[in-house]
Design a protein around this ligand. Structure first.
Ligand code: PMP
Length: 430
């Protein structure tokens, strides 16, 4: 057993002054049967080190953003340079233009962007813009998809809220909840039926084009195309929440890999090199609805700050290196195969959804296509698996609804060590 004495001591202190001891509920171990989260002191490449001196191979990637590792020299250099030249001006800087241009060049559906400080803000802003643009109020979303922590989307929201058993958050008014309609992912008929009834009042449908929040779940062939067609038939907008999927599978957004183009897109996580970031964008005629050009207000004191901009630019520069996405996908495939064969060998029904350099392991007899499938997987076994892996020095997300993320820093030796750990852990699982 790894020694967590100091980590536990700090966790008890944290609980006295920070709600639940964590600044985001997903970091707690509530979804894996309880216990204290581990307090880390250092990240290096794909490794984390805790306060007790234990070393971990990390696949949490801070819930996605750390695609280039914890301290990539190119990004660290950019952050240091940015800090040296002033952290915040409240005026435009040239870095904002450079970064915006890198995004609009990589993602053809966008002429213009706005930077925010989080994925939540980015998604929230897209909804306001869609409502302003269409002059309609309703929003449709897919059950289990997580879009941040603003009121409207905390209805049947995946990962964090699901793990905590709070799909409808206290504090969200009934009025707000009535502005959002939730339908199952990967089934077109329920969406079609909702749009036939309410389509004339719907401003937008909010879509994670590849789900990342009840584990990684790909759209079934034709699903996204049908969503686009039906939405546009009813005069509503399609918003893609690419906060997880942006620059995760290739240099650009998932929409281009999938060949389905939304009206507006929200970004976050991987584009910021680990610093606070969000962005949203779309074609000029929609984006010009935003203040100061148009009537939809959206703002931010910290938005476009020099640190996040320069870290983001450096991060995208690193992600242009040839072959990195293929390499991450190859490693994820090796992990998938190891998990599946360990499941088979030990008679533990195991499903792995692997997409590029990301994967989710479910303890389930049946494949996972939607939120109900994911909810019906074995939570208790997942909790045991998580803790046994942690004890092997493998840091995963503490929830069956999250993903493992590869970084460009993982090596074959890390994958081999992880596979050995998987084999030992499955032999102990019941
Ligand atoms: N959308 C998706 C798809 C996400 O996964 C998340 C965060 N997990 C968000 C939005 C919210 O992003 P943030 O936590 O940066 O506010």
């Amino acid at each position: 057993m790894l020694d967590h004495t100091e980590s536990n001591r700090l966790a008890e202190q944290a609980k006295k002054v920070i709600v639940g001891g964590v600044n985001s509920p997903s970091r707690s171990f509530k979804g894996v049967g309880g216990g204290n989260p581990v307090t880390m002191v250092k990240g290096d490449g794909c490794y984390l080190y805790d306060v007790d001196g234990n070393k971990y191979i990390d696949y949490l990637a801070a819930f996605g953003p750390i695609i280039t590792g914890f301290n990539h020299p190119h990004i660290v250099k950019a952050i240091k340079k940015a800090a040296d030249t002033g952290v915040l001006f409240g005026t435009p800087t040239e870095h904002e233009i450079t970064f915006a241009k890198m995004l609009t060049d990589a993602i053809p559906s966008m002429d213009k962007v706005r930077f925010t400080n989080s994925g939540t803000e980015a998604v929230m802003s897209t909804i306001r813009i869609a409502r302003a643009f269409t002059n309609r109020e309703l929003v449709v979303k897919f059950s289990g998809a997580y879009h941040g922590h603003f009121d409207l989307v905390l209805v049947e929201a995946g990962s964090g809220p699901s793990t905590l058993g709070a799909s409808d958050s206290a504090g969200v008014t009934n009025g707000t909840a009535q502005e959002v309609i939730t339908v199952p992912f990967n089934q077109i008929e329920p969406y079609k039926a909702v749009m036939e009834k309410w389509g004339h009042k719907v401003a937008a449908v909010l879509v994670e084009p590849i789900i990342g929040n009840f584990g990684m779940v790909a759209p079934v062939p034709g699903f996204l195309e049908a969503v686009n067609e039906i939405t546009h038939e009813h005069g509503a907008l399609v918003i893609y929440d690419e906060v997880i999927t942006n620059f995760r599978f290739h240099y650009g957004a998932a929409q281009d890999m999938l060949g389905v183009i939304p009206d507006l897109t929200a970004f976050g996580k991987s584009i910021g090199g680990g610093l606070p970031i969000g962005a949203y964008g779309g074609p000029k005629h929609i984006m010009d609805t935003v203040a100061p050009l148009g009537p939809a207000y959206q703002a931010g004191t910290m938005s476009g700050n020099p640190l996040s901009m320069q870290a983001g630019i450096a991060c995208l520069e690193v992600l242009q290196e040839p072959g990195i996405y293929e390499r991450m996908a190859g490693f994820a495939e090796q992990l998938r195969d190891a998990l599946l064969s360990a499941g088979k060998k030990n008679n533990i029904p195991t499903v792995v959804n692997q997409i590029g350099g990301s994967l989710t392991v479910y303890f389930s007899e049946r494949p996972i296509f939607n939120y109900d499938d994911a909810k019906n997987t074995d939570s208790i076994r997942f909790g045991k698996f998580f803790k046994l892996m942690l004890d092997e020095g493998i840091n995963l997300a503490p929830s069956k609804f999250e993903a493992w993320f590869l970084t460009i820093m993982h090596t074959q030796a890390d994958i081999d060590a992880t596979i050995e750990a998987i084999n030992r852990v499955f032999a102990k699982l019941d």
